[in-house]
Write a protein that binds this ligand. Sequence first.
Ligand code: SAH
Length: 229
Amino acid sequence: MKWTVLFFLLFSISCTQNDPNFDHLRKVMIKNQLQSRGIRDDAVLDVMRSVERHNFVPENYRDRAYSDGPLPIGHGQTISQPYIVAFMTEQLQVSSQHKILEIGTGSGYQAAILGELAKHVFTIEIIPELAEGAKNILNHLSYKNITVRAGDGYKGWPEEAPFERIMVTAAPTEVPQELIDQLAPGGRMILPVGAQFLVQYLWVIEKDDQGTVTKEKILPVRFVPMVKE
Ligand code: SAH
């Protein structure tokens, strides 16, 4: 009898430390923010359910980690709205064979989502402190297939190119040609394009097996600008 009491005591202590409320809030987020807006891909829904967004949010915003919007991550940058992360991930059509390039690591959350689905994610962040922070949290969470580097995303990552998939999470005013060049034949890229205070759109760029590039505008969005060094 005493052992049962002790077990329940230890169980409830470990639950408070983990804040079980986050698991609940994440389930609600999946239903109310993602499924209700048309996210259908089970693999995407599963990773949005398993990756803990609160680990990527600064301490003082943690209680809002599952709210329906972007949140500040310091240095004037933001972690994207969960719906946008899920939408872009679904549109990218990722498989476990893919090598992915992400531009704009930020908090590292989107990289973690992609890392769960792909073979390897290479991600570039222009603000060294954010790159360092993302590297630390991704190491702490034991992601072995995500490589973070501080640098200018306009140049892509030529040593690792070509990439089957590219995702850009900051908005350039035009699609950077270097990134199109680093897309593999049969590859797909998603990125927001447009000036900071004007309407930006998400574009899907495809490169077929012959190297022909097509572009499609799919959704109006608001992203931080992709800055030039
Ligand atoms: N994907 C991030 C959200 C990114 S916000 C997440 O999951 O949290 C966009 C990020 O792009 C910012 O951190 C910003 O510093 C970075 N950025 C802007 N211009 C860049 C550039 N030229 N190269 C690399 N990163 C850039």
